[in-house]
Write a protein that binds this ligand. Structure first.
Ligand SMILES: Cc1cc2nc3c(=O)[nH]c(=O)nc-3n(C[C@H](O)[C@H](O)[C@H](O)COP(=O)(O)O)c2cc1C
Length: 391
């Protein structure tokens, strides 16, 4: 009987796949078991404590936007082009000066220690190995010092934005560390209701430290300050505004990317106030609910910026075809969070790399099948909305 390895070698010979593939231990290496992001998701769910799983996978309130973010891809139809020579497929692109091997970036995500010990560094290493650009939450100084992989940093509503001095100190530190850009998350000004976490009485600090071990009865320790409902929203100091974007702009030459834009008017404002790029994002449907899918919000934002700054998008991207659809609608690149977090939960840094590799190769394959050999060949005519009739 022909072994899987021998059969695979045959396929490699036939299709001329990359030589490194042949050196993989396909029969015994568990990292190579899952064949797509959904397999990684199933495995991550089995491996994680249920509290960590709900924190990873959940959305806010009704989780309507969470469901929409996947459902909406079904309404976009690819229009493949035949008899185009795609024997070489090139995914290379450039976003704000960063040269990328493929247009998939890693989104920032808190709580990585709930999914794997030393999660942030583990992800940074996995991203570097897969040659992907990571938007990090920080805590990866070791990797920055080692000079592996390009990095972006996330800037949220924390201390760094309190005043011009703190902003300047933060920006200077990033510049000194060779950071390539600043990602400013604009959709997290209030603590949303993630109701799974509320039902689970999750202690929010566990997102940083990791879920504590369960006792002999399978109980986690009682949270001191569990995520609660019915607390009127207020913050101790004024929140960032478009003025903050301008101040930040005046302090650095680094690209500033606003993450969390969902409407054309804000996309236009982003250009006006000096943003270098935007990420159309609903925070993985974890903040405001009922905002629809980001892939639905993408076209109006692309139209509004009118080519002046790059538009990126995230939210529900699990397949190469999802990425292809976003590129066709005008996104410069796509960001992902849960997919690489599933990989992290399953296998640490190797899982992160493998998820990126799977999504990257799915994208390349589908570009080959759709008759678009490179990113420049992808345009709006490659997709239609289900209700949109051509001809
Ligand atoms: C566990 C988790 C933690 C996250 N933490 C942050 C964060 O600290 N800052 C931020 O801007 N976005 C955060 N996000 C949102 C992601 O950056 C991203 O916008 C979103 O998850 C993309 O959708 P996807 O998970 O379907 O790929 C988080 C998402 C998840 C799943």
């Amino acid at each position: 009987m022909i072994s899987r390895r021998a059969a695979f070698r045959g396929l490699v010979g036939m299709f001329g796949a990359a030589p490194w593939l042949d050196s993989q231990d396909w029969d015994n290496d568990p990292v190579l078991g899952p064949i797509n992001v959904f397999d990684f998701r199933d495995l991550a769910k089995k491996k994680l404590d249920p509290l960590a799983w709900d924190y990873l996978d959940g959305g806010s309130e009704d989780e309507q936007a969470l469901r929409d973010s996947r459902e909406a891809f079904k309404n976009l139809i690819i229009r493949p082009r035949m008899l185009v020579d795609t024997h070489k497929i090139d995914l290379k692109t450039e976003v704000l000066g960063a040269k990328l091997d493929y247009p998939i970036l890693l989104d920032p995500a808190g709580g990585k220690n709930c999914f794997f010990k030393g999660g942030e560094l583990e992800v940074a290493k996995g991203a570097a190995a897969a040659k992907a650009l990571q938007i990090t939450n920080g805590g990866i100084d070791e990797l920055v010092e080692s000079g592996k992989g390009p990095q972006w940093w996330q800037l949220t509503t924390g201390g760094q934005l309190q005043n011009r001095q703190t902003m300047r100190a933060f920006v200077k530190r990033l510049e000194a560390q060779g950071c390539q850009g600043i990602c400013f998350t604009v959709d997290i000004m209030h603590v949303s209701h993630r109701e799974r976490d509320m039902h689970n009485k999750l202690e929010r600090s566990w997102c940083e430290s990791g879920i504590p071990p369960r006792d002999a009865n399978g109980q986690v320790p009682k949270a001191k300050t569990p995520w609660r409902a019915g607390i009127y929203p207020s913050r101790p100091s004024p929140l960032p505004t478009w003025q903050t974007v301008e101040e930040l702009r005046s302090l650095t030459k680094l690209p500033i990317v606003l993450k969390g834009i969902m409407i054309a008017e804000d996309a236009e404002r982003a250009v006006k106030h000096g943003a270098s790029g935007i990420i159309v994002s609903s925070h993985g449907a974890r903040q405001m609910d009922h905002v629809g899918a980001t892939i639905e919000a993408l076209p109006e934002c692309v139209k509004a910026v009118n080519g002046k700054i790059p538009v990126l998008v995230d939210g529900g991207f699990r397949r190469g075809t999802d990425v292809l659809k976003a590129l066709a609608l005008g996104a410069k690149a796509v960001c992902i969070a849960r997919p690489y977090l599933y990989g992290l939960a399953c296998f640490g840094q190797r899982g992160v790399s493998r998820v990126l590799e799977l999504m990257q190769t799915e994208l390349a394959l589908n570009m080959g099948l759709a008759g678009v050999p490179n990113i420049a060949a992808i345009d709006r005519s490659l997709v239609r909305w289900r209700h949109e009739h051509k001809g």
